[in-house]
Design a binder for this molecule. Structure first.
Ligand SMILES: Cc1cc2nc3c(=O)[nH]c(=O)nc-3n(C[C@H](O)[C@H](O)[C@H](O)COP(=O)(O)O)c2cc1C
Length: 171
């Protein structure tokens, strides 16, 4: 790195804002993770900690904040869905990350094969059964076994980078 380049550094024990900003320099897609509870009530939240884990068996993971109101339902649900958002779904991403929004009342959705809600017009969806839950500090690492994956290969993803929504563009 050139000597005059802007440079910021986090070290263990120093301020968490800098750590957050460092982690935010990893560009991601955006998903909404959904499930229903034992009473059939839908739950969902915006998640960008989505990672593929294994092809055989087919596993993926998401990290769920332990203090999220959705966390008890998601961690105990037998099945969940990861809805990968496309460029036009920024309003859904905001709604599913904002407290006291009527998340499912204002977003078109349907019930998937496993019972978990699927957001209409998503770029892709992974319908999963719970495979494992691992402790991860202030988050739980929810590992799902993919039962069904479907996607539209023609539409562009919604992206998140440095705390802002982004779109792909090619010059
Ligand atoms: C782009 C983006 C990515 C997020 N990723 C995660 C995540 O990976 N895990 C998580 O627990 N919360 C994540 N959040 C925060 C939750 O969406 C947010 O706290 C939500 O309101 C929690 O809902 P609940 O408390 O009603 O369950 C993210 C928010 C945004 C905007």
């Amino acid at each position: 790195m050139p000597a005059d380049a802007p440079h910021r550094e986090y070290r263990s024990g120093s301020d968490l804002r800098t750590l957050r900003d460092a982690l935010g320099s990893f560009a991601t897609g955006v998903t909404v993770v959904t499930c229903v509870d034992a009473d059939g009530q839908p739950f969902g939240l915006t998640v960008n900690s989505f990672t593929s884990v294994s092809l055989d068996p087919p596993l993926l993971l998401v990290c769920i904040a332990r203090n999220a109101r959705c966390a008890p339902a998601l961690i105990s649900a037998s099945h969940f869905a990861v809805n990968v958002l496309q460029t036009g779904q920024q309003p859904a991403s905001i709604r599913f990350s904002t407290r006291d929004e009527d998340r499912f009342g204002t977003t078109p959705w349907s019930t998937g094969e496993t019972g978990a809600p699927l957001l209409m017009d998503s770029l892709g969806v992974f319908e999963c059964e719970r495979h494992a839950v691992h402790e991860g500090g202030d988050h739980d690492i929810l590992v799902g076994r993919v039962l069904r994956a479907s996607f539209d290969p023609t539409i562009d993803p919604l992206l998140y980078f440095r705390g802002s929504y982004r779109r792909l563009h090619f010059d």
